[in-house]
Design a protein around this ligand. Structure first.
Ligand code: ADP
Ligand code: MG
Length: 339
């Protein structure tokens, strides 16, 4: 007999997990912004250099971490957000897999600074490719700053695979928009290569949309509001006359999380039946609130897909809510009458 199976060392396992969690700089942006939100931050700053290839930094004023937690946060499956498998169906946080920081630290140079409100000093930790380079006491404001440098420094194939700065920056901005739209009650700023790209003060949802997409957007928005036993729908759809040939602003959030769903996108599009010129797509900014017991978000590491217990009912409710709003605002299905 000869045994050949071995447990992989942690840094190898982390690097493998990173392959799923971190596809590009924008994935790091998403994970760091979500951690800041989970930490109860109200002001969140994103700093980018070279489209995230040299620096991605998120600074928050959230609750910070203790000395021990600061070190533990980089271990795989280390999380403060769930304790039992049942908690997966009561999620009120973005994170729960305890994987992001371990994955990021496996494939980049990471510098963490963190301090809890009640402490006089905080901690700074430097980790490069899963190796802790230093951990020291530091004077730093309440909250957390995580700087991620030289992403994929130890995976040349991944680094070479990155697209141009223009494309990677576009992905980062998309991710920033998604998070900022889900949380108008928090203030966000983004700096790219030293200049301010976005400064979004705390506001209501309409203002947040307008702050991101420009004042002209305001007149295009039709409110959607529907409260039923199974779900609450709120947000806006774009007036049909502003629909574009390209799939532009289509944002769909479930319990404050940006979600991709071709099926529910179809429900919204079908509510516009007869209102849109051929080949154009409506814009929408819609939030669904559902009981966390009725969804499963743990079907993909990036958490942009979701499994609903009863997708058909959601489809019908969503379609009718949008139709109702369009009707209320006298946006009559012109083509239907002409037929
Ligand atoms: P998850 O978010 O799934 O728990 P992460 O790897 O993203 O996993 O983070 C691990 C842990 O580190 C979190 O559960 C949290 O306790 C802590 N943490 C990460 N980022 C922050 C932050 N910005 N502020 C406070 N704590 C944080
Ligand atoms: Mg996280």
């Amino acid at each position: 007999m000869s045994d050949i199976i071995q447990l992989l060392p942690d840094h190898v396992a982390n690097q493998i997990a990173a392959g799923e969690v971190v596809q590009r700089p924008a994935s790091v942006v998403k994970e760091l912004l979500e951690n800041a939100i989970d930490a109860g931050a109200t002001t969140i700053k994103l700093i980018i250099k070279d489209a995230g290839k040299t620096l991605i930094q998120v600074i928050d004023d959230g609750k910070g971490m203790s000395t021990t937690d600061a070190r533990l946060s980089f271990e795989r499956h280390a999380t403060s957000k769930i304790r039992t498998a049942d908690d997966l169906f009561q999620l009120h946080t973005k994170g729960f897999r305890g994987e992001a920081l371990a994955s990021i630290a496996a494939i980049a140079h990471v510098e963490l600074k963190t301090k809890q409100e009640q402490d006089d000093v905080g901690n700074t930790i430097v980790i490069e490719g899963s190796n802790v380079v230093s951990q020291e006491v530091v004077v730093t404001p309440k909250g957390t700053s995580i700087a991620v440098k030289n992403l994929f420094f130890n995976i040349p194939a991944r680094r070479n695979f990155l697209k141009s700065n223009t494309v990677e920056l576009r992905h980062i901005i998309d991710e920033f928009h998604r998070v900022a739209l889900a949380h108008p009650n928090l203030s966000f700023a983004m700096y790219n290569n030293g200049s301010e790209t976005f400064n979004l003060p705390i506001s209501n949802y309409r203002q947040r949309i307008v702050n991101i997409f420009g004042t002209k957007t305001n007149e295009k928005l039709v409110p959607v509001d529907e409260d039923t036993e199974v779900l609450k729908i709120s947000g806006f759809v774009g007036k049909p006359e502003y629909a574009k040939k390209t799939r532009g602003e289509q944002y769909f959030f479930v319990n404050d999380r940006f979600i991709k769903s071709a099926y529910l996108n179809h429900a919204i599009a079908s509510a516009f039946d007869g209102l849109l010129k051929n080949g154009t797509h409506p814009s929408y900014f819609l939030n669904l609130k559902v009981d966390p017991q009725t969804i499963d978000i743990n079907i993909h590491p990036t958490k942009t897909e979701i499994k609903f217990d009863d997708e058909h009912t959601l489809y019908a409710l969503l379609r009718s809510a949008v139709k109702h709003s369009l009707g209320q605002f006298n946006i009559a299905p012109v083509l239907d009458f002409e037929r």
